[in-house]
Design a protein around this ligand. Structure first.
Ligand code: FAD
Length: 262
């Protein structure tokens, strides 16, 4: 079984500077860490490989410094790591990012199972996984909270949608995005860190991709325009809700729903 896990390095803090011209995050202004959701995706992949055999490849689009994330994934048990890195990928929105990752997957010869985190803690759209599945014309399940059953031909998953739980079964090839708490990511192993110290991390550039069409990558291939990014002003507006705990909770829920927070 061939598994690809899409993982991304994100700013380690929420205090990231924003480029006033482009509205893009200045990623160099904060330390980097692995997107927390992606550790759950990697752990699921490793557990599936333990059952079915096969390989786990970590794929990321980002700067070369993402090598440290791949090395951490090697220390957890990943077999191979690939970074899609090129100036031509800069400024990619969801459409261009998902297309670039899809091209990376095709370059690797596809996969039986592609695993992503539910969302990132920076871009936060939760759209990349489903978008990759659409580019590849394969089925997907998003926000998966449990893997019920897995074998060499199919996977059975549970999704929690608040009041509804859905159990789905998919044949490979397919894509799954996993929610947090689906499993407990293992700690990096000292033995694996030592054993994989010399293992290469493959760097793939624009020219290496199967369809290097400039109009689909980076800022040029991104129809999204960020008009303005700003921190919401903290207002002095406040209100007091009185009554029993039950009444207060009900009123609060109404107010949050009215303002579309829930
Ligand atoms: P989500 O959809 O929330 O992520 C879900 C899952 O998809 C993740 O858990 C992970 O498994 C996978 N995933 C997401 N991104 C990657 C990745 N890069 N590699 C591997 N797996 C991934 N970001 C930049 O870093 N540099 C830029 O220059 C830049 N310019 C932008 C310009 C515009 C106009 C816009 C709108 C956005 C820009 N972004 C840039 C942000 C970037 O588009 C998003 O971070 C990216 O599309 C991923 O979306 P997300 O973070 O919401 O991922």
């Amino acid at each position: 079984m061939k598994i690809i896990v899409c993982m991304k390095q994100v700013p380690a803090t929420s205090k990231v500077d924003i480029d006033p011209e482009t509205g893009n995050l200045k990623r160099g202004s904060a330390g980097q860490r692995t997107n927390p959701y992606d550790l759950y995706a990697l752990e699921c992949a490793l557990q599936i490989r333990e059952k079915t055999g096969g390989s786990v490849t970590v794929l990321t689009m980002g700067p070369a410094q993402a090598e440290s994330m791949i090395r951490d994934a090697y220390s957890m048990g990943a077999d191979e790591g690939v970074i899609l890195s090129d100036r031509k990928f800069a400024g990619s929105d969801v459409l261009a990012t998902s297309y670039t990752l899809t091209q990376g997957i095709e370059l690797l010869g596809g996969a039986d199972l592609i695993l992503c985190g539910r969302q990132t803690t920076d871009g936060d759209t939760a759209q990349i996984g489903p978008a990759i599945a659409e580019h590849l014309h394969i089925p997907h399940c998003a926000w998966v909270s449990a893997i019920e059953k897995v074998d060499e031909t199919q996977i059975t998953l549970r999704q929690n949608f608040g009041s509804v739980t859905q159990i789905s079964r998919m044949h490979y090839p397919c894509l799954v995005t996993v929610d947090k708490d689906i499993c407990v990511p293992r700690l990096p192993s000292w033995r694996l860190t030592k054993e994989t110290r010399e293992r290469p991390v493959r760097i793939v550039t624009f020219e290496d991709l199967p369809k290097p069409d400039l109009t689909r990558f980076g800022a040029v291939g991104s129809p999204t325009r960020v008009e303005r990014i700003f921190a919401p002003e903290a207002g002095a507006e406040s209100m007091k809700i009185l009554g029993s705990a039950e009444k207060k909770a009900k009123k609060l829920a109404e107010i949050l729903a009215e303002r579309k927070y829930i």
